[in-house]
Design a protein around this ligand. Structure first.
Ligand SMILES: *Cc1c(COP(=O)(O)O)cnc(C)c1O
Length: 375
């Protein structure tokens, strides 16, 4: 196995001190308790409630199963209005729940679901709105809630990119009925694989806990058609070792963001995606858009970077609405999704993680400037 290559990837997971992790493994070995809500999982739930300033959390084996369970817990059916500009899981979980996804276009500045286009898509079958805080840029949460209240809809957020994000000092999970976090290694905070649901209504807790453990109430009774969504103790221990590193990582990423922003200014056709002043960023991704004004397109820039051993990612291209399993839906037509269809060809997430050195960031900026014909 090659231990270190000179490739610069879009992200690199936080790796905790291995001795700290081994100490926790010793505890797990001694306890012989490997899953089903052991000490590590319970402790991680406590720590995350405190870090995220939330009251109700349920840990999962990954974010996708967590989102599946969120939909089951609210008994959603019929149609759910969502965004085509996301990771496949966002729409797949609707499909796996027998729900028809209804694609809504995104806003050009935030790349999140456009609240002005939601109401036209509501029918008698609509049960919820499923938004995504893309790159950690929050959805228009107030507007979405207003629409949901008028039409009696539930609101779920895919907050996979928004760990620790705040709006006006309030945790992002204060908005909507349920928020899902992913703890995959590509995410800021991770448990190797894992995820969580965070929700305001404590009454949801029992149903969510049942659903993630096969619907088992006790040794005599299975009362719901549940699934296996439980986090295991080794992942929870990983989370307990990674969580203390997250604040430093976010600070370092915000320095890197500032360095990128300072060195990518004044390039015709290059826009940096930013969060509003009232938002505390999760620092999940550093995303740019290459617009028609630029002398090359996004794919040319991507190729130039790759030739220099820098591997950015075109999140989220292709659009979910263009996958063969969804493209026949009436709301998947490109004409109905003009902004998403345009930005899909323009977005690029540059390498963004704390271990990236300033000189590597400057090297990347130099390649970008050269590719776009500046200096
Ligand atoms: C990572 C991600 C998911 C899936 O989470 P897993 O934990 O990998 O299942 C879902 N939605 C978005 C937007 C993601 O980035």
């Amino acid at each position: 196995m090659k231990s270190k290559s000179n490739k610069i990837l879009v992200t690199s997971p936080l790796m905790p001190n291995i001795d700290r992790y081994k100490e926790m493994l010793d505890e797990i070995w001694a306890s012989r308790w490997l899953s089903n809500g052991g000490c590590m999982t319970k402790e991680l739930e406590r720590r995350l409630c405190s870090y995220l300033a939330v009251e109700n959390i349920s840990l999962f084996n990954n974010g996708t199963i967590a989102l599946m369970t969120a939909i089951q817990s609210l008994r959603l059916q019929g149609e759910v209005i969502t965004t085509p500009f996301s990771f496949p899981a966002t729409t797949h979980v609707l499909n796996w729940n027998g729900i028809t996804p209804v694609f809504c276009d995104v806003c050009p500045h935030t790349l999140t679901i456009d609240p002005n286009k939601i109401e036209a898509l509501i029918t008698s079958k609509t049960s919820a709105i499923l938004g995504v805080h893309v790159y950690g840029i929050p959805c228009y949460v107030e507007e979405i809630q207003r629409i949901a209240d008028v039409h009696g809809l539930r609101v779920i957020y895919d907050a996979a990119h928004a760990f620790g994000c705040e709006i006006d000092g309030k945790p992002i999970s204060d908005f909507g009925d349920i928020s899902m976090f992913s703890f995959h290694p590509t995410k800021l905070f991770h448990t190797a694989e894992g995820g969580a649901l965070v929700f305001g209504d404590v009454n949801l807790k029992e149903r969510i806990e049942l659903l993630k453990n096969f619907g088992i109430k006790n040794q005599e009774e299975v009362i719901l058609p549940g699934i296996n969504g439980k986090m295991n103790e080794l992942s929870a221990a990983m989370g307990l070792s990674v969580l203390p590193l997250v604040n430093n990582e976010r600070e370092r990423r915000s320095e890197i963001r500032a360095l990128y922003t300072a060195n990518l200014g004044g390039i015709p056709g290059l826009q940096v995606l930013t969060v509003a002043d009232n938002v505390k960023s999760s620092q999940q991704y550093f995303a740019i858009r290459i617009t028609a004004e630029a002398i090359v397109n996004r794919d040319d820039l991507y190729d130039d970077l790759k030739e220099n051993n820098v591997f950015p990612r075109k999140y989220f291209s292709p659009l979910i609405s263009n996958y063969p399993c969804y493209s026949m839906l009436p709301t998947a037509r490109a004409e109905a999704l003009p902004v998403a269809t345009l930005v899909e060809k323009q977005v690029l997430c540059l390498p963004f993680y704390g271990e990236l050195s300033n000189s590597e960031v400057l090297k990347i900026c130099k390649i970008v400037r050269k590719s776009l014909g500046v200096e």
